[in-house]
Design a protein around this ligand. Structure first.
Ligand code: ZN
Length: 60
């Protein structure tokens, strides 16, 4: 069976874990319609548009 030969040092362990916090941080882009921050590749929850088309009815 493949097993780790040596225990990694705490600094090596921590360097590995330092990366996944970057992935867990949510990314936001500016909506081209209303300039609000929104998730990329998603319909904007503020104005309900994506790629210049309206997908959701938003109460004004
Ligand atoms: Zn918007």
């Amino acid at each position: 069976m493949a097993n780790p030969r040596h225990r990694h040092t705490p600094s090596r362990r921590d360097k590995r874990r330092a990366n996944w916090f970057k992935v867990a941080t949510p990314t936001f882009v500016e909506c081209p319609e209303c300039k609000e921050p929104k998730l990329p590749h998603r319909v904007c929850p503020n104005c309900g548009t994506y790629k210049g088309r309206k997908f959701l009815e938003v109460e004004e």
